[in-house]
Write a protein that binds this ligand. Structure first.
Ligand SMILES: O=C(O)C(=O)C[C@]1(C(=O)O)C=C[C@@H](O)C=C1
Length: 291
């Protein structure tokens, strides 16, 4: 005669438990989609014309997942599942296309696009980052995915603005060792509502001559930079707590005030699940800045 423990640990017993869990999960997923459709209907009723991304809400959801998470399921798997669910919700609100930076590594780009936006999202290859910025600014609710390089071939971010296309997210959102879809990138969209809360602001900053060498010490991250004959363009990520005056002062303390400082978006800072996210970035990037 089999005991309860035998039934719980036998192959048949475990499969039976998986069937039960799948059925509960499926019911919950269907209910979640229904709630998403409710949000879509409420948006439509409020007169919203196109898909409305809520990057800060998405970041909150992810943060809660990280806080609750335990056990053997890889966190990156959970992230991907939720990204697919969120994308499904978005598609219930309307169609949108994702414009891809065609100058970046294609496989890395596709991996990231599919991981973050799911498999039903229509992908549109763009020539390069500047082309993606133009397409998103001219669209009615499309998104763009632009690969981040420490040294950019062109200062593509000059095309961003808070009344055109702006930065809304930075990927990957969960910083994990050896994670899938780990190409560093920015997501851009047409300008999002003022009510969006973001802890990091992104600026187009320009200096004639060289870039101050120790901006990072002042709490300013050079996300990407482009050097030309006349000077340096930088895409700066800065804590949203700092005012523009404080940013100018921090730059002056680091060596020189920029000639141009223009807000071009913001995002909820990625979560470094295993350690210090800043480690990867600046050691590599800042080395080449003051040559
Ligand atoms: O909360 C919303 O406003 C939603 O539209 C729902 C939802 C989700 O599926 O959780 C979907 C898309 C948004 O970008 C954020 C969250």
């Amino acid at each position: 005669m089999s005991t309860t423990t035998d039934r719980e640990t036998s192959l048949d017993g475990l499969r039976h438990r998986i069937d039960e869990l799948d059925s509960q999960l499926h019911a919950l997923l269907m209910e979640r989609a229904q709630v998403g459709a409710g949000i879509a209907a409420a948006r439509l009723a409020s007169g919203a014309e196109s898909v409305v991304f809520q990057p800060d809400r998405e970041a909150d959801l992810m943060r809660h997942l990280v806080e609750r998470h335990e056990g053997v399921l890889p966190l990156a798997t959970v992230e991907h599942l939720w990204r697919e669910l969120i994308s499904a919700s978005l598609r219930l609100q309307g169609d949108f296309q994702l414009h891809l930076d065609g100058s970046a590594d294609l496989l890395g780009m596709l991996d990231l696009a599919r991981f973050h936006f799911g498999f039903s999202c229509e992908l549109v290859p763009g020539a390069d980052a500047a082309d993606v910025v133009g397409s998103v600014a001219a669209s009615d609710g499309d998104l763009g995915l632009i690969a981040l390089q420490d040294r950019a071939d062109l200062p593509w971010w000059r095309g961003l603005s808070t009344d055109g296309a702006e930065v809304i997210a930075r990927l990957p959102f969960l910083v994990l060792d050896e994670r899938p879809a780990d190409m560093p990138a920015l997501v851009i969209s047409r300008s999002v509502a003022e009510t969006v809360k973001r802890d990091t602001l992104v600026f187009d900053a320009r200096w004639t001559g060289v870039l101050p060498g120790n901006l990072m010490n002042e709490g300013l991250e050079v996300v990407s930079f482009h050097r030309s004959a006349s000077g340096v363009d930088a895409l700066l990520a800065v804590s949203a707590h700092l005012s523009e005056d404080e940013i100018f002062k921090a730059c002056a303390d680091a060596g020189a005030e920029p000639d141009v400082l223009r807000l071009v978006g913001g995002y909820s800072a990625p979560i470094d699940v295993e350690g210090d996210a800043d480690d990867d970035f600046d050691a590599a990037a800042s080395e080449g800045l003051t040559e």
